[in-house]
Design a protein around this ligand. Structure first.
Ligand code: NAP
Ligand code: MG
Length: 500
């Protein structure tokens, strides 16, 4: 194994976990890759290798899919009483909660985010997701339907588990994305092959250990570490998989759709965004400033719903831009495990280069820097300063494309443009989320109605809850995560008609 340098701030428990010889979880056992290959995991605050994990390839994907297939076709899980399934999911939530501090550390070390944030957001939201879905296990039901045909029939529908589910997740909220995917599929009685993101495999491996401890039958959940092309692609294309659920870039989302065509497996996609935050002149300014700053800077802008286009009425434009720029300038950048950290490094060198490249392209196309900029001042680690750009125009790359970093484009609008602002806000290929900042109730609802986005926040941004459906219009995706809505992703509806 390459040299290992674990941050000295991690606890003994976490250090012990990180330095384990990591395994994948297939058919209820912890196993190496069939090829014996591993790949390195980096600490984004330093660029050091901290450990390595197995590199799944087609053979491992086959083993995992066959295990999930057997567990679905012959195993107890889909046949178990819903309350037993619910209890097991709840038990997993309890175990996760008991290890909250450890998961917060792992997440911070692997992804770069502040431990303080992982502790109050990533881990508790994942626990909530399992608990919320544990409750749904006993409430997935059909309807009885009166027929119009006049004959004497009794008809009803039932919702059945969709089958073997492939799940592919990104690195921005590694544990939480795993929970968003696993919990509803578990509740519906599906069996699962989950591929973790190559950049952030550690919390998912630890979660697999808790899934094992909770007593899930073998093959119900299989967890693979590997790359998109080597493991994700054969998984998405596999003929024995009934459904693929993907979160990541719109570009890869389109590849998933193609890969799924072979056996016409069902597909749900949670993809990118370029979400607008619209500030009207009557908005409470302090709240709008702190709210729109955190809309873009939360999780270093590595959120699919980050408020990356800030439209502000010209009457308050200077005040809001100054305020958001001051927030940006005051944010303390540090390694995620540093107690003073308010923003850590981006997840990877690749992401760092991409985001800095966007800032430079904005400058080259004529944008002005109101805060931040391409130079971080750090001699190592993937740090990018929270950046505010003004003087942009709608055709610039920074305005159109998803940057997935702490970079916001601020754009003024005038009284004459109020009616057109919704149209401008809708003017991207994405439609994931938006926020509206105003005290005018009627205006807030009117704008919410006009926005082509799966989530609209009023006087807030980035509010998530297991009960709220989340997903995209347009090229931001297919289907919804969370809430009752997500159950549609993991069930088939059967209509049964009985002649009486
Ligand atoms: P990505 O390439 O879309 O990766 C997401 C997941 O898909 C990862 O597990 C990835 O594997 C896997 N994957 C990649 N190629 C695949 C293929 N051909 N078939 C099946 N699975 C495949 O995203 P990324 O490279 O991590 O980030 C690129 C950009 O995507 C970001 O800059 C951002 O704009 C966007 N993004 C969006 C979200 C979101 O929540 N909407 C999340 C993350 C990123 P690996 O393990 O090899 O990565
Ligand atoms: Mg990738």
């Amino acid at each position: 194994m390459a040299t290992i340098a674990i941050d000295p701030r991690v606890s003994g428990t976490t250090a012990e976990f990180i330095s384990q010889r990591h395994k994948m979880y297939i058919d209820g056992r912890f196993v190496a890759a069939a090829s014996g290959k591993n790949f390195p995991v980096f600490n984004p605050a330093t660029g050091d290798v901290i450990t390595e994990v197995p590199e799944a390839e087609e053979e491992d994907v086959n083993r995992a899919v066959l295990a999930a297939r057997r567990a679905f076709d012959e195993g107890p899980w889909p046949r178990m009483s819903p309350s037993e399934r619910g209890r097991m999911i709840w038990k997993l939530a309890d175990l996760l909660e008991q290890h909250l501090e450890e998961f917060a550390e792992i997440e911070s070390l692997d992804n770069g985010k502040p431990r303080t944030i992982a502790r109050v957001a990533d881990v508790p939201l994942a626990v909530d997701m399992f608990r919320y879905m544990a409750g749904w296990a006993t409430k997935i039901s059909g309807k009885t339907l009166p027929l119009s045909s006049g004959y004497d029939f009794h008809s009803y529908t039932m919702r059945e588990p969709i089958g073997v589910v492939a799940q592919i997740i990104p690195w921005n909220f590694p544990l939480l994305m795993a929970a968003w995917k696993l919990a509803p599929a578990m509740a519906c009685g599906c069996t699962i092959v989950l591929k973790l993101a190559e950049q952030t495999p550690l919390s998912g491996i630890r979660l697999a250990q808790l899934i094992d401890e909770a007593g899930f039958p073998p093959g119900v959940v299989n967890v693979l570490t590997g790359f998109g092309e080597g493991a994700g692609a054969p998984l998405a294309a596999h003929d024995l998989v009934d459904k693929v659920a993907f979160t990541g870039s719109t570009e890869v989302g389109k590849l998933i759709v193609k890969a799924a065509a072979g056996n016409l497996k069902k597909v749900s996609l949670e993809l990118g965004g370029k979400s607008p935050a619209i500030v009207f002149p009557d908005a409470p300014i302090e709240q709008a400033v702190s709210g729109t700053a955190s809309a873009i800077f939360f999780n270093h802008g590595q959120c699919c719903c980050a408020g990356s286009r800030l439209y502000v009425h010209e009457k308050v434009f200077d005040k809001v831009v100054e305020g958001v720029s001051k927030v940006a300038a005051d944010i303390k950048l540090a390694p995620g495990l540093d107690p003073s950290c308010q923003m850590g490094p981006l997840v990877s060198d690749e992401q760092y280069r991409k985001v800095v490249g966007y800032i430079e392209s904005g400058i080259n196309e004529g944008a002005k820097i109101a805060a931040g900029g391409p130079v971080s001042g750090f001699d190592r680690g993937y740090f990018v300063r929270p950046t505010v750009l003004t003087n942009t125009n709608p055709r610039m790359k920074v305005v159109q494309e998803e940057i997935f970093g702490p970079v916001v484009c601020a754009v003024p609008f005038s009284d004459q443009e109020i009616d057109r602002i919704v149209k401008r806000a809708n003017d991207t290929v994405y439609g994931l989320a938006a926020s509206v900042w105003t005290q005018n109730l009627s205006l807030a609802h009117k704008v919410a109605r006009g926005l082509r986005a799966g989530t609209v926040w009023v006087n807030c941004h980035n509010v998530f809850d297991a009960s709220l459906p989340f997903g995209g219009y347009k090229q931001s995706g297919w289907g919804r995560e969370m809430g009752e809505e997500v159950l549609h992703n993991y069930t088939e509806v059967k209509a049964v008609t009985v002649a009486l």
